[in-house]
Ligand binder design. Structure first.
Ligand SMILES: CC(C)(COP(=O)(O)OP(=O)(O)OC[C@H]1O[C@@H](n2cnc3c(N)ncnc32)[C@H](O)[C@@H]1OP(=O)(O)O)[C@@H](O)C(=O)NCCC(=O)NCCS
Length: 248
């Protein structure tokens, strides 16, 4: 009978690393289950803020979960998406969504878990003057100047989920911003932005993609932002660190 080959030191180490990985996973699951079973302290929430609250930071008016303060029918915002502004976040729909018209195509839709920094502006379709002849809006003044040329409607603005819009960035009509994108401070977004792209500058250009194509496709399929809060809480360390392979 021939002797079994002695595993090399490298093999043994590889095995050890695998075992450690399994052990870490086991401990993580055990910790999650302890957390899930421990009753919360009275008066505390365990799965993040209440998405129905308008001002989830202790009532401060400097930050609002937009969904709960929006009144206009052409603006739709998903849960947890916030606008932060030291001058008061509540006037978002008049100060930050500009040149709105009553054209049914003039819509702003923003997904869930977006971070909108102070001074971000969405320029809606009324921002365009006609270009065929004079750009002066004669019709607005009337008194015989009623001739009106067509204002180009470029379409709705659509922002995906988990998008971070940097300070004073500006989004033009007709633009779609994909899930997970980052818009740099003061960027002027004139064209649609792919999911998980980082764009900066005027006009905004992609500086890099946050993940490779395979990971982006996975994230767009996982859609963690639609999970119930309990599942988000359980996976929070992984979501925050981008350890997408470890989601449970
Ligand atoms: C977009 C942003 C996240 C990029 O961060 P990053 O991934 O670390 O990128 P880097 O700092 O490596 O920059 C990459 C390139 O883009 C340029 N760049 C970064 N941010 C820029 C901006 N806002 N405008 C123009 N160029 C910018 C950098 O100069 C660099 O250019 P280079 O490759 O020619 O050297 C960051 O710069 C930013 O603008 N953050 C927004 C901050 C903000 O507004 N916060 C508000 C409170 S929430």
């Amino acid at each position: 009978m021939s002797a079994l080959p002695i595993p090399s030191r490298e093999r043994l180490l590889e095995q050890e690393v695998r075992n450690l990985g399994l052990e870490v996973q086991r401990l993580r699951e055990a910790l999650a289950s302890v957390r899930d079973q421990t009753p919360p302290l009275p008066g505390t929430r365990r799965n993040g803020p209440d998405p129905q609250e308008a001002h989830p930071l202790g009532g401060s008016r400097a930050l609002a979960f937009l969904r709960n303060i929006i009144t206009r029918p052409n603006i739709e915002v998903g849960e947890y998406t916030y606008y932060a502004d030291d001058d008061g976040a509540d006037r978002f729909e008049s100060r930050n969504v500009l040149f709105q018209t009553d054209d049914p195509r003039d819509r702003l839709t923003i997904g869930r878990f977006c971070s909108i920094a102070s001074g971000v502006r969405f320029l809606m379709n009324g921002s365009n003057h006609p270009q065929a002849g004079s750009t002066f809006p004669f019709w607005a003044f009337g008194r015989g100047w009623h001739e009106r040329s067509d204002i180009p409607v470029r379409g709705p603005i659509t922002v995906g989920n988990d998008v971070w819009l940097g300070l004073e960035s500006c989004v033009l009509p007709g633009v779609t911003i994909g899930d997970g994108a980052i818009i740099g401070a003061r960027a002027v977004v004139t064209k649609s932005v792919a999911p998980y792209a980082i764009v900066v500058g005027n006009p905004a250009r992609v500086v890099r993609m946050r993940y490779d194509e395979r990971t982006v496709a996975r994230l767009l399929a996982i859609r963690w932002w639609e999970w119930p809060p309990e599942r988000i809480t359980r996976n929070l360390p992984e979501i925050v660190a981008g350890r997408w392979d470890d989601l449970t």
